[in-house]
Design a protein around this ligand. Structure first.
Ligand code: SAH
Length: 352
């Protein structure tokens, strides 16, 4: 039987494990410092622990349960890992470099059950949730791509899956980062992106940590959103906006609305006006994401002129607007694309 992942345990749980072995609880912080701070991949290298404790750790846990199935590097410094889990399922995670920022993008599920029509992650449906340890493992893998003196500065939970559909595992994983011995990354530097699950947004609002929330809106009215984001049929934009307002009231963190701009589908001046009407007066910010082409899907990015007008309408209405820069375009860095391609390659290899 395979051993549990040590990063499935919170700091308190690891301290309790140490105590059960007849060790002092502060050993947990030493172990965590080796794993998170000193990037050690082997219990044997933890030289301030007794040989007996190192042996017990190695008999009880693994630090990594995954393999790196593919590692791609973009010309712009973006790196992407396709991580193969114990059950051969695969997830993607990405490291992006910009000035002093080292931002990583992580996955929370294998595949996705939300079915957004322009997204590669959902094409194969949802396989399963990731465990806490599997989420932390992506962070450790990406952190180890950085040189010794560089650290992850920001995390966006915008990889594969719907984070709020796996909230307990995600919150436990993120929680271990700012506990003693962790990466020392404040919740303020972490953004959780959701398709918009109102009850879960409220749960996050009342959780008590200042994470940032990004809501994937993608359409200014329910008729269009029902087409692009099918789960909207049972939710509706109004319920999402009111949960997001509550998130802002509770946390004081300004909500970001994401809007994938699909050429000819949601990028008209009329739609920009409608969107401005929804967000004006809310303490919100809109992040436009020009569609990343997915060869299996019939959508494309907007004409430059349409995008320019769209931005102009929003800004003239007083809505703070940014357009997301593309990163790693040469390495299929949009979420789900690498896994999808890999699945395709394997399927055709099996066919031969
Ligand atoms: N399920 C979450 C997080 C995962 S996706 C959510 O819906 O927010 C992160 C963001 O990338 C979402 O806004 C998603 O809609 C967007 N996205 C998905 N496919 C895309 C594509 N092909 N091009 C541009 N953005 C895309």
């Amino acid at each position: 039987m395979s051993l549990p992942l040590i990063c499935d345990l919170s700091r308190d749980e690891l301290a309790a494990w140490c105590q059960a072995q007849g060790e002092e609880t502060y050993r947990a912080d030493q172990i965590r410092k080796w794993i998170f701070g000193k990037r050690v991949n082997d219990f044997e290298a933890m030289t301030d622990l007794s040989a007996g404790l190192r042996h017990k750790l190695a008999e009880s846990f693994v630090i990594f349960s995954s393999d790196i199935a593919r590692h791609q590097k973009s010309k712009d410094g973006t790196e992407k890992l396709l991580v193969e889990l114990r059950d051969s399922e695969k997830v993607e995670c990405v490291l992006m470099r910009e000035d002093d920022r080292r931002t990583i993008c992580i996955s929370t599920q294998v595949g996705c059950g939300m079915g957004c029509v322009f997204c590669a992650s959902g094409l194969l449906g949802l396989s399963r949730n990731l465990s806490t340890g599997e989420i932390v493992e992506q962070i450790l893998r990406l952190d180890r791509l950085l040189p010794p003196l560089e650290r992850i500065t920001n995390i966006v939970v915008m990889g594969m899956g719907e984070p709020l559909a796996n909230l307990p595992s995600l919150l436990k994983a993120l929680g271990t980062l700012d506990e003693k011995g962790g990466l020392g990354l404040s919740p303020r530097r972490i953004t959780i992106s959701t398709v918009g699950l109102p009850e879960k947004i409220r749960e996050l609002a009342h959780f008590g940590k200042p994470y940032n929330l990004a809501v994937s809106l993608h359409a200014p009215n329910d008729a269009l959103r029902n087409e692009l984001v099918p789960v909207n049929k049972t939710i509706g934009i109004e319920a999402i906006l009111s949960a997001a307002d509550e998130f802002f009231e509770q946390t004081g963190r300004r909500v970001t609305y994401e809007y994938v701009v699909l050429g000819g589908r949601n990028d008209s001046v009329e739609e920009a006006r409608e969107l401005a009407g929804l967000l004006r007066g809310r303490n919100a910010h809109i992040n436009l994401i020009p569609m990343n082409a997915v060869s299996e899907l019939p959508f494309h990015d907007p004409e430059a002129e349409c995008l320019r007008k769209f931005v102009e309408v929003l800004e003239q209405s007083g809505v703070t607007t940014t357009v997301r820069k593309r990163k790693g375009a040469d390495i299929d860095a949009a979420c789900g694309q690498l896994r999808l391609r890999n699945a395709g390659v394997q399927a055709s290899a099996r066919d031969v």
